[in-house]
Design a protein around this ligand. Structure first.
Ligand SMILES: Nc1ncnc2c1ncn2[C@@H]1O[C@H](COP(=O)(O)OP(=O)(O)OP(=O)(O)O)[C@@H](O)[C@H]1O
Ligand SMILES: [Mg+2]
Length: 366
């Protein structure tokens, strides 16, 4: 029995003068879910949101809400609210008029509009600010006015395009917690856009990692961090070191035993590769800093290296170790080695945090 997804982005494609901004992007979003589109600048996040909102028309593909095709429906008839990358508040209008702007075409009478505006401002924690001028508010408050404007028409879906990017670090962290609480309280299905991995982790139910107009992987934060499908996801969601290695053999559970320089064998998780990895194949073994440990240079299964850099990072020290065929980063709780020291690196007992990608996977990028 197959049921229509609540919100379905189905193979959306959008080109701008010959260049693909969004390429066959497919994403299914459940009701009440917060999904984040996470990716670097220029990867097509805003374009995707604008396609969903109806400010852009796709060259191909469909947008469906509960199975109903909205691809050609005008923005104001979709029932979606959007908070823009730059709040796009009207500085010459007061807070109340800014929030009421979203209701202009709603057909509500003046009193009903006022009730909605008051309700939306209550919701975002700015009750009674209708007559304040937008310019007299802090960045965080303006962000909430933009959110109130998007929520006032009581949309079925909320689209948020980097709504916190104008706030300083401390305020951003606080506001993102409030935002998640608020969105979850209202229960509104949301697509959140950011290029900030921490923000994505803090806000989302699921994360869709976007690169060059396409989704590399969609999943829970833990899945993306622990089992990245591509090198891009591995590097974008946390730190990794890389060392050249070869496939020795496969474990019965599909993990790959890799041979490293100096003849150590480390077991890594093996994301699906096309064509599949074979014994003897060259790979790029990626390691999270917390997965590898510094040990004596002669320990069994250790990879030998030299400490190239040592950085104090508050709760941990981070070492960069030059090894044959690459550089690895290692996190340690104590100050365990000096720059220039010859050390060994020991793999984790489970293959967590070690990923084997085909050596050519970065060129063979889809
Ligand atoms: N109206 C437009 N005309 C031409 N090209 C456009 C237009 N809008 C976007 N693009 C191009 O499409 C690509 C994706 O842009 P988009 O704004 O969607 O990226 P983004 O992921 O939101 O980036 P950022 O994180 O910097 O906001 C870019 O190469 C951009 O130059
Ligand atoms: Mg953008």
């Amino acid at each position: 029995m197959s049921e229509d997804p609540f919100l379905h982005l189905d193979r959306l494609t959008r080109t701008f003068s010959g260049s693909l901004a969004v390429r066959e992007l497919t994403l299914e979003i459940a009701e009440h879910e917060i999904v984040t589109l996470l990716g670097p600048s220029g990867c097509g996040k805003t374009t995707t949101l604008r396609l969903v909102a109806g400010f852009e028309t796709p060259d191909a593909g469909h947008i469906r809400l509960r199975g109903r095709d909205l691809t050609r429906t005008a923005p104001q008839r979709r029932g979606f609210g959007m908070v823009f990358q730059h709040y796009a508040l009207f500085p010459h209008l007061d807070v109340g008029s800014n929030v009421a702007f979203g209701l202009e075409r709603s057909g509500l009478d003046r009193d009903a509009v006022e009730v909605r505006v008051a309700g939306a401002l209550d919701l975002v924690g700015l009750p009674g600010t209708q007559r304040r001028s937008v310019g007299s508010l802090s960045g965080g408050q303006q962000q909430r006015v933009a959110l109130a404007r998007a929520l006032a028409p009581e949309p079925e879906v909320l689209l948020l395009d980097e709504p916190l990017s104008n706030l300083d670090a401390a305020l951003r962290e606080r506001t993102r917690r409030e935002l998640r609480t608020l969105v979850k309280e209202i229960g509104i299905t949301s697509i959140y856009v950011t290029h900030d991995q921490e923000e994505a982790f803090a806000l989302s139910d699921r994360i869709a990692v976007m690169r060059e107009g396409h989704l590399d992987q969609v999943g829970l934060a833990e899945e993306l961090y622990r089992r990245p499908a591509t090198e891009f996801v591995a590097t974008f969601l946390g730190r990794v070191g890389v060392v050249a290695a070869t496939v020795e053999r496969f474990s019965p559970n599909g993990d790959v035993v890799c041979r490293l320089p100096g003849d150590a064998t480390w077991t890594a998780t093996a994301p699906a590769a096309e064509p599949p990895l074979e014994p003897g194949a060259a790979i790029r073994l990626m390691a999270r800093p917390e997965a590898v440990e510094i040990c004596g240079p002669d320990e069994a299964e250790a990879v030998r290296g030299v400490v190239d850099d040592r950085r104090f990072a508050g709760s941990v020290y981070v070492y960069t170790i030059e090894v044959e065929g690459g550089r690895l980063e290692v996190q340690a709780t104590g100050d365990v080695a000096r720059v220039g020291a010859a050390v060994g690196l020991r793999p984790p007992s489970a293959p967590d945090g070690l990923f084997a990608f085909p050596a050519r996977s970065s060129e063979a990028a889809r």
